[in-house]
Design a protein around this ligand. Sequence first.
Ligand code: AQP
Length: 337
Amino acid sequence: MRVFSGIQPSGNLHLGNYLGAIVKFVSLQEISECIYCVVDLHAITTWQDPDILKSNIRQITAGFIASGINSKEHIIFNQSKVPCHAEMGWILNCVARVGWLNRMTQFKEKAGKNKENASVGLYTYPILMAADILAYNATHVPVGEDQKQHIELARDIAKKFNMDFNKTIIKNGYKNDFFNLPEPLINGPVPRVMSLRDASKKMSSNDPSDLSRINLIDDEDLIQLKIRKAKTDPDSLPSETLGLENRSELRNLIDIYAGLCSSDRDSVLQNFGGIQFSNFKKELTDLIIEKICPIGKEMKKLMNEESAIDKILTDGASRAYEISKPILEETKKIIGF
Ligand code: AQP
């Protein structure tokens, strides 16, 4: 089992990244070799201020470490330091089909009506993501639900490469296709955390309203304010999940509560059924402050130690390179280079 996943340094780390991805990153360390990447090549698919990008790369790295990822036993690095990603990306561009990319819903959502003006990188982003995974021949990819379609594309690309070149290799004494078909690990505390302002949209670092998300570096007062302002309805809490129908804002807050205390919707509703929304918000605020603020404080401390963070990334990149280089070289040989 080899785990690979990444997070874009395109804004503040938020509760969606944490519950959808980072919590799984942390627990997988117990059972697998893990490679966690700050995917800065992905971030520049939309324009980034160079100074802010540099600071965001360090922020994501600090977030990984403050959340409990061990950079000595596992690998943390930033994507642009390992050339295999871009090189593998080009090869896979020539394997993937235009029709496959045209079905990607994230491009349609992000480019919106302005798609003629979107960068080519934003359109081909899922192929670079496939390259990120296949350059390490990773077997498992922990992600939030929004990335499921991209992992399916990575599997299709791996399958087509295996079929086109029909090359088998011996792994652990068995004949295997060259590329593993990576498995998405979607299930986790909360596969999709929604915006606090509009529960029909996912919580995102790109939402213009900072009130729509809890950032891991938010302080107590800000968390209190954001939960107080989170969209609600006038009814009290139901005692069972059936009562959450047509109450998507409440469902989102219940999921966040359940995710943060490793519980589930049913148990949370059994506990809080019948209480006023405002009282539940107080309980939720306390829980977020208890679980998230220590991570945020540690992140801020680490972000002041720039050279230590940079050393972790450089060291991680050289170890990541050692793994991806022979896989890329073998890929090139198979192609006929
Ligand atoms: N709202 C979310 N709920 C659950 N998981 C989420 N992830 C992101 N948002 C949610 C998961 O976090 C990992 C990194 O995602 P990313 O690199 O796309 O990071 P991001 O740019 O911070 O994601 P955003 O904020 O949601 O931005 P946009 O709007 O650009 O997509 C992935 O595993 C993702 O599933």
